[in-house]
Structures are given as structure tokens and as C-alpha cells.
Design a protein around this ligand. Structure first.
Ligand SMILES: CCCCCCCCC/C=C/C(=O)SCCNC(=O)CCNC(=O)[C@H](O)C(C)(C)COP(=O)(O)OP(=O)(O)OC[C@H]1O[C@@H](n2cnc3c(N)ncnc32)[C@H](O)[C@@H]1OP(=O)(O)O
Ligand SMILES: NC(=O)C1=CN([C@@H]2O[C@H](COP(=O)(O)OP(=O)(O)OC[C@H]3O[C@@H](n4cnc5c(N)ncnc54)[C@H](OP(=O)(O)O)[C@@H]3O)[C@@H](O)[C@H]2O)C=CC1
Length: 301
């Protein structure tokens, strides 16, 4: 891993110097003339998506809560000759989202693509969730994604312009345990995406989700090292992935190559949606035992 322009190397994942040179299947003009808003744009997956689309000609607008983190990301993108700007916003706060969109439409000249990458959760057994903890995760991942999505949709409708949205979720069907609040929130986002794909087709707005597997990013800091050590075994490819591998999926789904695709969830999980398991908390002993045969079924495991 190389040093970033700001001299900081993230504990996990690719840094800006890596993102500046990662090879891509997309051409240098694939997003020319497009403005792309990326929430969580200074985080791992959002930052990689920003670099990819900016390197392919887009004007990228980053948002997140931490202004200093956003400014540092923009400085490095600009130093590479790319078109980047940022404005802080809390996706849990509709007023700050409205202010962000006012600025984008007044100062940047409108919007073409929204990537909802702001999100996260903390690992905890569901039975121990507090009301505040549950609400924090639902508010960030479900409500926050909805507020951003609705605001973008309204502006595109009012301007008579087409739009495209990609929301980052998690693999909800199997494989990710110890984050039930996040599974609930992301299942909501997936249902919302399917509903909006139909309702917003007349507005010429496409909307899809990307469900990443084990992607090495700064977001991993909240997981125990023993848990992180098991991530390569969460999928049949037996490896973790880079933020760049998710960014390329975001570029495909949000761009013209996917012009006939809406309401989809693209797993970028190395097949982890089919095989493998990931505990974000240490795996309970119950699941480490040999299991029971039919004759033993009434015995204590
Ligand atoms: C195939 C598939 C393979 C898939 C394989 C996938 C493997 C990797 C798994 C996924 C990885 C990622 O998504 S990583 C990328 C995402 N990034 C993150 O998750 C970063 C961390 N998460 C966040 O920051 C989240 O946004 C979030 C938790 C909602 C932060 O919300 P807030 O800013 O409000 O946070 P806080 O104020 O700190 O906390 C609010 C309350 O939440 C609760 N809370 C917070 N942290 C807590 C904790 N560690 N333990 C208990 N409770 C906690 C408390 O009640 C807090 O209130 P008090 O009690 O009053 O304090
Ligand atoms: N990494 C992985 O293995 C996986 C990640 N994902 C999901 O992908 C998405 C991106 O994750 P990743 O890049 O890894 O994580 P990061 O933690 O690196 O990035 C998430 C970003 O979201 C921003 N954010 C969080 N809450 C808010 C908020 N209320 N308002 C605005 N911005 C917010 C944070 O910025 P700031 O602190 O400045 O607000 C942060 O930079 C998340 O939804 C994550 O859960 C899903 C599966 C696996």
C-alpha cells in the first residue's frame, strides 16, 4: 500500500495513491459530462468510486459528516488533475440534504448520478441492541438512503432530467451475522429500490443496489481482529476484495452500460451470497459443535 498525498495511510484498504493507478475496464471518457454525488465519498468504497468516475471524466461531489476528511480527499483528487468538490451533510438530516442539493443544482450545474455509500453498523448480538443503537443504524442506512434518494428524484423530476442511483447495501440473505439491525435496514433499501424502479421508470430514473462482500476499508475498524481474520473464508473465492472492485460495479450499474437494468441487486461478494459465512461478532460455540443426528435431536447440543 502506498502513501496518500496527505501522508496518511488507512489502517485498512487502498489509499489515494493506489486509487490513482488501479487499472479499470472503463474508458477515460466513460463518465465525461456527468456529475456524480457520492455519500460516504471520503470513506472506503465511496472514495474508490469517486476516483474511478473522476478518472473517467466525471465531476464528482463528495459528501459525509466530516468536513476535514472530505477536504483532504478533494485535495488529493484535484492534485491528480481531477474534477472534485465536497460539501458536508448528515444523511440522517433532510434539511442538510436539501442544502447540499441546492448547492449542487445552483453551483455545480445539476446532477446525473447518485451513489449512496454512506452507511455502517456496529457488531453486536441482536438480543443486546439498545433502542438508541437500533435507531442509529436504521436512521443512517434506511432513512438516510431514502432522504438522499427522494431529494435526488424530486430534483430530476422538477428539472425534467434523467437520473441513475446506486445504493450500497449488504448481502442480506445469508452469510452476515451479528448485525441484524443492518440486515433489517438494508432489506428495506432493497425493497425500496424495487418499488422505486417501477414508480420512477416514467421519470427516466434507474435505481439499483450493490451488495459487497468482505471489502477491506477503514470501516473494518469496528470489528475484532479475530473476526477480520476469518473474512477471506466468507466466500468460495476464499479472499477479501478491494474497494476498487466494488467501485467498478457501481460504475457499471450507474452508467450507460446498464441502461436496461433497474431494480436489481448486484452481489459483489465473491459468491459469498451462496456459500460461506461471516460473523461480525465471535461465532457462538453453538455453531462450532458437530450438530446432532435425528436420534440425538432431543439431547442438549
Ligand atoms: C456474503 C456476505 C459476506 C459479507 C462480509 C462482510 C464483512 C464486513 C462487514 C461489514 C462491514 C462494513 O459495513 S464496514 C463499513 C461501514 N462502516 C462502519 O460500519 C463504521 C462504524 N459504523 C458507524 O459509524 C455507523 O454509521 C453507526 C454505528 C450507525 C454510527 O452511528 P452514530 O454516529 O450515531 O454512532 P454513535 O453515536 O457512536 O452510537 C449511537 C448508538 O449506537 C450504539 N452503539 C454504537 N456502537 C456500538 C457498539 N460497538 N456496541 C454497542 N452499541 C453501540 C449505542 O447505543 C450508541 O449510543 P451510546 O450508547 O449513547 O454511545
Ligand atoms: N467494507 C465492507 O466490507 C462492506 C461495506 N458495506 C457497506 O458499504 C458502505 C460503505 O462502506 P465502507 O466504505 O466500507 O465504510 P467507511 O466507514 O469507510 O465509509 C462509510 C462512510 O459513510 C459516511 N457516513 C456514515 N454515517 C453518515 C451520515 N450519517 N451522514 C453522512 N455520511 C455518513 C462516513 O463518513 P463520515 O464519518 O465523514 O460521516 C464514512 O466515510 C456502507 O454502507 C457499508 O456498510 C457493505 C458490506 C461490506
Amino acid at each position: 500500500m502506498a502513501e496518500t498525498g496527505s501522508g496518511q495511510t488507512p489502517e485498512f484498504g487502498l489509499d489515494d495513491a493506489d486509487l490513482a493507478i488501479e487499472p479499470t475496464v472503463f474508458g477515460p471518457s466513460a463518465f465525461a459530462g456527468k456529475t456524480v454525488l457520492i455519500s460516504g465519498g471520503a470513506g472506503g468504497i465511496g472514495r474508490a468510486t469517486a476516483w474511478l468516475m473522476a478518472r473517467c471524466g466525471a465531476a464528482v461531489v463528495l459528501t459525509g459528516r466530516d468536513a476535514a476528511k472530505l477536504d483532504a480527499a478533494v485535495a488529493t483528487l484535484r492534485a491528480a488533475g481531477l474534477d472534485a468538490s465536497a460539501k458536508p451533510c448528515n444523511v440522517r438530516d433532510p434539511a442538510s440534504i436539501a442544502a447540499l442539493h441546492d448547492w449542487i443544482w445552483d453551483e455545480v450545474g445539476g446532477l446525473d448520478i447518485l451513489v449512496n455509500s454512506a452507511g455502517g453498523q456496529f457488531p453486536q448480538a441482536a438480543i443486546d441492541f439498545s433502542v438508541k443503537g437500533w435507531n442509529a443504524v436504521i436512521d443512517t442506512n434506511l432513512n438516510g438512503t431514502w432522504y438522499m434518494t427522494q431529494e435526488a428524484g424530486r430534483r430530476w423530476r422538477d428539472a425534467g432530467r434523467p437520473g441513475s442511483i446506486v445504493s450500497i447495501v449488504v448481502v442480506t440473505r445469508q452469510g452476515l451475522h451479528g448485525v441484524a439491525h443492518s440486515i433489517a435496514a438494508r432489506s428495506g433499501v432493497i425493497g425500496l429500490t424495487q418499488a422505486l424502479a417501477v414508480e420512477w421508470a416514467p421519470l427516466n430514473i434507474r435505481i439499483n443496489c450493490v451488495a459487497p462482500g468482505s471489502i477491506e476499508t477503514p470501516g473494518w475498524r469496528v470489528y475484532d481482529p479475530s473476526v477480520i481474520g476469518a473474512y477471506p473464508r466468507s466466500n468460495p473465492m476464499m479472499r477479501t476484495a478491494t474497494s476498487w472492485e466494488v467501485a467498478e460495479a457501481c460504475a457499471y450499474l450507474s452508467g450507460d452500460g446498464a441502461r436496461y437494468v433497474t431494480g436489481e441487486v448486484l452481489n459483489v461478494a465473491g459468491g459469498g451470497q451462496l456459500w460461506g459465512e461471516t460473523w461480525t461478532i465471535p461465532r457462538p460455540d453453538y455453531f462450532n459443535g458437530p450438530g446432532r443426528t435425528l436420534r440425538q435431536k432431543d439431547e442438549t447440543p
